[in-house]
Structures are given as structure tokens and as C-alpha cells.
Design a protein around this ligand. Structure first.
Ligand code: CA
Length: 703
């Protein structure tokens, strides 16, 4: 047990002693098919990732409402002992609250008191960190019949005893020699634990697998892209899918990873999975003769018992912009044209909001929820986008500044649906990026494989005047009328956070300014807020215990900005990323400690000068943007300096040997910073150092 337990108990607002005699101290996670299928009848718990199988993230609880919000305070909190990002939704059932955190660690708490029950560290090899595009995060666990399941960054699925945290079984779900990762939450359907994986920027082939919850044995696997046609296809529909590909895509992996969204319709007995982008992104490299490239960027409906294919709908045929359809999939009953329809809804990265028939996959409607320029609209007859002919940059074509960017109009941040308003609340970003084909693309076994020149793409955006403002918003969207009802702009624009709606007419969302906010679900009026001492990315969940409604939220994202409400709560300008679990209820009186002053130890060195010629610095910029920017930030500016050091502040730049010891010799591989000796060409590490020195001098006043 960790030494942090003592302060943890102190913060439990003095009610810890009452927990030991409580009936709920069984922590059995006694979840089964009947309970999960009827989860809407148990408002007091949050048994699975999206609360119910339809993943609406809508809670019937109303004790916290417009009249009581001003009495809501922090009941308890727990430090997550990491500065890494937090993306998990807390799962709460049978008196226990389960969260996963960075490096796929799992923590279990008494949901009433915050007492730490157990923690499990799966000892993920830290060198796998480089395979994760977007930090070593984990979005949550699943519970079932006394077990807690977590997918690990290094590709394992692990079953833990819900009462003790002891490992019951584990199975490797990927080839560890390939660049697969797991960051998504498993789902359990009728005793099958279903898990996908990520890695479509790193040359893998996507699939989703079901394992027996009792034993960990594989029951079925569904591949999302065809393999080599010279070998036998694993599934019959891959034969037709292969006719939508050209060239030798299987040598490039193909992509199509299922790294986040799943939903399940109990009545129709259909599992829906969201499929990711192509690998590499650039279709003219991946499938040179074009084609739709099924099942990339599709919602696919499967039989959850055997994984057999039922239907698919492809959002972006011939994907070439990283427009994944892995975003939140949600089921709902909507009245459309006077008819009650069971629908699947998704706001994938490509900027269109889709409403599909849940039984057949038929497109009912689609409109853009953010500015879109890669397509003019979705043709409802064909179900296909009508593309802007300029958008499809290729090896000979001109560059294109596309909206949305590869980050998407909406990314993994969970949406919510309100059964009060019939609106969907979407964490959106209005953005764009420059796409320029990489004419010298070669497959890079241990790195980023997009087939586009990111560095020149950044330069294109910088040098193009008159581009519209970018921004981050909470948007209320009417899925029947397919139009926006209201939006709220966030002050800090480096990303949104997940959403919860409740029957009390409230929508809850954190933000990157370090606040947790409640909005009126009809108007977007801000009706309550509290300071979190950390930026927020994750979605809240809510539960009731001892007659009291609680709201639980993991906080922790890029460090807080130097201005705005969150910074005001801090004692320092450059605050650290205070990753924590925060749990609120009416009458909660716990207080967060003041943020300790962070010292940037590396800032004290003298920035060296470089005598490298301009062409070397330019080559360093290109190599940096190709290899380093995905983690350390565009143009050398880290958005997450706690996690990915801002290299302009790194004293490693001072000497060639200090630099190469990290970049080429892997000195910091236990942090995820592996050696890039196989990736960089001769002289490139030094060119990158020259570029960073030049950036550090240019931005010396920002230290
Ligand atoms: Ca991607």
C-alpha cells in the first residue's frame, strides 16, 4: 500500500470511521447481464463506461440541481501521484469506485469515504510509452461478476479481483513487437470482455477481440481491414472489403484500429464498434489506386456472441485526413418525421453528425456540427460525402488546409444525451491543419507513419493569411433537426473535456482553465463552477450512496495556463498538472491543498549559441516536426510540459553528448523516451539540437 494513504484518509471529511460497518463494504462488483441490460433502472450506480449500454451518459439523479448546487462541495479527493494525463470515467458499483490512470494502473476506493481499497500496477514497460500518440493514458475499466478488467498500454487485458485487486488472469491481446497500444475501456457483453487497440499512426492492422470473462480465453476476433489476399481471409466479408483496396496495403498495416468507442443495443443484440483512420494517413501511399478502403472510418455492427458482421456505415470513404470514426457511439430513441426510431449517433472527427438506423445502419441524416471544407455535404441518397476536389492532396497534388484538423471537430471526449431535452452535448473544437504529402515516405518501424509532411503543413498554416479563429466549445446539438441549439466557448483552447447530463436539467463539464462547471441543459447558462487546480479532459460520472448524490471526476491534463480562473487558485504561474480524483456532494467540506510552487530546474542554464548553418537548422526543424513534434509539440512548444518536456527549456541542448545520450542512446527510455537511433538519419539528432537551440534563443523571453 502506498504511503499516500495517510493524507488520503485525512481528506475524507471525517466520515471514514463509519465506512467499516456499512453494508456496501462488500465491493463485490456483482454486475451481470441482467443488471447491465437494465442499468437505466439503477440510477444510483455507474456500472459501465457510458453508464448504460446505450452510452448516453445521462443520469436520472436529481438531488444535485439548480436549487442545491450552491451547497455542493468536495466530499473527498485522492492524489493520482502522476503528472500524466487523466482520461478515465470512474465506474461505481456496490460501494466501490474504480478508476484507471496513467500506465494502466487501476485504483479502487470506497465510494463513500474515499478510503483506498487497493491499487494494481500492471508494470507496463515504460519504453512502450513511445507507441502512444497521445500520452500513456487509459480511459477506464469494466466490471463483471466480481472482476475488474483493464486493457494495458502494452496490449494486455487483465482481470482483477474486485475486492482485493489481485490479478486473476491476463492475456496478451497484441503482438508486442508491433506498435499496438490499448488506452480504451473494455466493455462486457454476456460474459465476453471486448477490447480493441490503437496504433494506426504506427503501421498496425486494426481488430477487436472478445475474451471469456472467467478464463481469459479468446472467443472471437473481428479484423477491420483485410490482410494479404494471398492468404486466407479471417472473415468472409473481408473478401469484399479487399476489393476496396489497391496496392500492397497489408505491408503497411492498413490501420483501422478500434481504440475507443463501442456501444451495445440489448434489444437488437448488436455491438457497435468505431473504426479508426488508415495507416499511413495518406491514401495515395496506402492504396494508390484509391477505393473506399473498408472498414476504415466506419461504424460496424457485430453479433456480440461470435463477432460476425451485421452491417457497416463508412463516414469517410478513402480516408486520407486521419478522420477516425472511433468517437463516442451513442444509442437513443428519437422521434423523426413522426416515427419513433432507434438510432445510432456519432460526431466523428470529420465534422459531420450522423444519425443512423440502429438495426440496419441506414443513414437517416448528417449535417456538419463544425466548419467543414473537405466535403460540401453528405448525400442522403448514396450515404456518401460529396468531396471538395481540392481536399484530396496526393503525391502530385497541391497542399490543402483542411477543416477539421486531424484532431477532429470532436475527438474521444465523451458526449452526453439528455432525455429531458433530447439534445446531445458535444465537446467540440473548431480547427484546421495543412496536409502536404510526404514525397519521401518510407515506413518507419519505430515511429510515426502518416505519409504527410507535418512540418511543412505547420508552415503552410503559419504562412496563410486570413484563416478563421480556432476554438474549443461545449455544443448542444439537436440530432433530429440536425442543428446547433447553443454553444459555450472555453477560455483555454487546447482541448475540451468529457460531458455528463442529468435529469436535473444540468450538463457538467470540466475545462482546461482548471474549472468544473454545470450548465443549464436548455440554455447553456453557466449555473455553478468550482476550481479543480488542474486542467480537465475526462468525463464525470455520478452515483448515489447513503441517499446522497455524488459526482466523481478525474482531473489532470496539460498544465494550467498562467491566466484564467484556474490560475487564480494557484500559488504559481506555471502550475504543475495536479492529477487527482475529485468527488463532490451536497455538504462536502474537503479542501484541496494549495498548489506547491513548481520550480523549473532546467531553466537556470545559459542558452547556448549554435554555429550551425541555416540549412542545418532547417533540416533540424523538418526532422523535429517529423519525429518529435507529436509528443513535444509543434515548433518546439510543448502543450504538456509536465509530461513532454518543452525542449526549449531543456539543458540537454547544451552539450552534444547530453543530447545524444537521450535521443540516440535511450537514457530516458523508462519515461517512454526511447532511443530514436533507428529513426533519425546521420546528423539529424545534431540538426534537431541546433534547431532547438535556435528556438530557445528566439523564445528566450518565454522562459
Ligand atoms: Ca489517428
Amino acid at each position: 500500500m502506498r504511503k499516500l494513504l495517510a493524507p488520503l484518509l485525512l481528506c475524507a471529511a471525517g466520515i471514514f470511521t463509519s465506512s467499516l460497518s456499512a453494508q456496501s463494504a462488500d465491493y463485490g462488483a456483482a454486475v451481470d447481464s441482467d443488471r447491465l441490460s437494465a442499468a437505466s433502472q439503477e440510477p444510483q450506480v455507474w456500472m459501465s463506461y457510458g453508464r448504460t449500454y446505450d452510452e448516453q451518459r445521462y443520469s436520472p439523479l436529481t438531488q444535485i440541481n439548480r436549487d442545491t448546487l450552491d451547497q455542493v462541495g468536495l466530499a473527498w479527493y485522492a492524489d493520482m501521484t502522476t503528472s500524466r494525463g487523466q482520461e478515465a470515467t470512474p465506474i461505481v458499483v456496490d460501494g466501490a469506485l474504480y478508476v484507471s490512470t496513467s500506465w494502466s494502473n487501476v485504483w479502487a476506493f470506497d465510494a463513500r469515504t474515499g478510503e483506498l481499497l487497493w491499487e494494481h500496477d500492471p508494470n507496463v514497460d515504460r519504453a512502450t510509452g513511445f507507441k502512444a500518440c497521445c500520452d500513456v493514458v487509459n480511459r477506464g475499466v469494466a466490471v463483471w461478476e466480481g472482476k475488474v478488467f483493464v486493457g494495458t498500454l502494452d496490449g494486455r487485458l487483465i482481470a482483477l479481483d474486485s475486492k482485493t485487486g489481485d490479478k486473476l488472469w491476463e492475456t496478451q491481446t497484441v503482438d508486442p513487437d508491433l506498435n499496438y497500444t490499448i488506452t480504451g475501456a473494455p466493455r462486457v457483453i454476456k460474459g465476453n470482455v471486448i477490447i480493441g487497440n490503437g496504433g494506426a499512426e504506427y503501421g498496425v492492422r486494426g481488430y477487436v477481440t472478445a475474451y471469456d470473462a472467467e478464463t481469459g480465453e479468446q472467443n472471437w476476433r473481428f479484423y477491420t481491414v483485410p490482410g494479404n489476399p494471398a492468404e486466407e481471409f479471417e472473415q468472409p466479408e473481408l473478401f469484399d472489403a479487399a476489393s476496396t483496396w489497391t496496392g500492397q496495403w497489408w505491408t503497411l498495416g492498413g490501420g483501422g484500429t478500434v481504440w475507443d468507442a463501442m456501444a451495445y443495443d440489448v434489444e437488437l443484440d448488436l455491438l457497435y464498434i468505431g473504426v479508426g483512420n488508415g495507416s499511413p494517413w495518406n491514401q495515395s501511399l496506402r492504396s494508390p489506386g484509391g477505393g473506399d478502403n473498408l472498414f476504415l472510418t466506419s461504424i460496424v455492427a457485430l453479433d456480440p456472441d461470435d463477432g460476425s458482421y451485421r452491417w457497416h456505415y463508412q463516414t469517410t470513404p478513402g480516408e486520407t485526413w486521419d478522420y477516425t470514426a472511433t468517437q463516442h457511439i451513442m444509442l437513443a430513441d428519437l422521434e423523426i418525421d413522426g416515427e419513433e426510431r432507434r438510432v445510432v449517433m456519432q460526431a466523428p472527427k470529420n465534422g459531420f453528425f450522423y444519425v443512423l438506423d440502429a438495426a440496419t445502419g441506414q443513414l437517416i441524416s448528417a449535417e456538419n456540427y463544425v466548419p467543414v471544407n473537405w466535403a460540401t455535404h453528405i448525400d442522403l441518397e448514396t450515404g456518401r460525402p460529396v468531396e471538395n476536389p481540392d481536399a484530396r492532396y496526393d503525391l502530385t497534388g497541391t497542399p490543402f488546409i483542411a477543416s477539421p484538423s486531424a484532431l477532429g471537430g470532436h475527438n474521444w471526449y465523451p458526449m452526453s444525451f439528455s432525455q429531458n431535452t433530447n439534445l446531445v452535448y458535444i465537446p467540440i473544437t473548431e480547427n484546421y491543419m495543412g496536409y502536404i504529402a510526404d514525397n519521401e515516405f518510407v515506413v518507419n518501424d519505430s515511429g510515426w507513419n502518416t505519409g504527410i509532411d507535418l512540418g511543412r503543413g505547420f508552415g503552410l498554416v503559419r504562412s496563410t493569411p486570413g484563416l478563421p479563429d480556432q476554438g474549443t466549445f461545449l455544443q448542444a446539438w439537436d440530432p433530429v433537426a440536425q442543428e446547433e441549439v447553443w454553444r459555450v466557448k472555453h477560455e483555454v483552447e487546447n482541448g475540451p473535456a468529457g460531458v455528463l447530463s442529468t435529469a436535473a436539467g444540468l450538463v457538467f463539464q470540466g475545462n482546461r482553465s482548471g474549472e468544473f462547471v454545470a450548465y443549464d441543459d436548455e440554455t447553456g447558462e453557466r449555473v455553478w463552477s468550482t476550481l479543480t487546480q488542474a486542467g480537465v479532459m475526462a468525463a464525470p460520472s455520478t452515483y448515489e450512496i447513503d441517499g446522497q448524490q455524488h459526482i466523481a471526476l478525474l482531473v489532470g491534463s496539460p498544465a494550467l495556463p498562467s491566466e484564467g480562473p484556474g490560475a487564480a487558485a494557484s500559488t504559481t504561474v506555471a502550475s504543475s498538472n495536479n492529477s487527482r480524483l475529485l468527488v463532490y456532494r451536497i455538504g462536502g467540506e474537503a479542501q484541496l491543498p494549495r498548489i506547491p510552487v513548481e520550480t523549473e530546474t532546467d531553466v537556470d542554464f545559459e542558452i547556448p549559441q549554435t554555429d550551425a548553418p541555416n540549412e542545418v537548422i532547417a533540416a533540424g526543424e523538418t526532422a523535429y516536426n517529423r519525429t518529435c513534434a507529436v509528443c513535444h509539440g509543434n515548433d518546439g512548444i510543448s502543450l504538456r510540459p509536465d509530461t513532454y518536456p518543452d525542449l526549449r527549456r531543456s539543458s540537454r541542448m547544451v552539450s552534444e553528448s547530453d543530447w545524444s545520450s537521450v535521443v540516440l542512446e535511450g537514457e530516458l527510455q523508462d519515461n517512454g523516451m526511447i532511443s530514436f537511433a533507428n529513426v533519425l538519419e546521420d546528423g539529424e539528432a545534431e540538426a534537431i539540437r541546433a534547431y532547438i537551440i535556435s528556438r530557445a534563443n528566439t523564445d528566450a523571453d518565454q522562459r
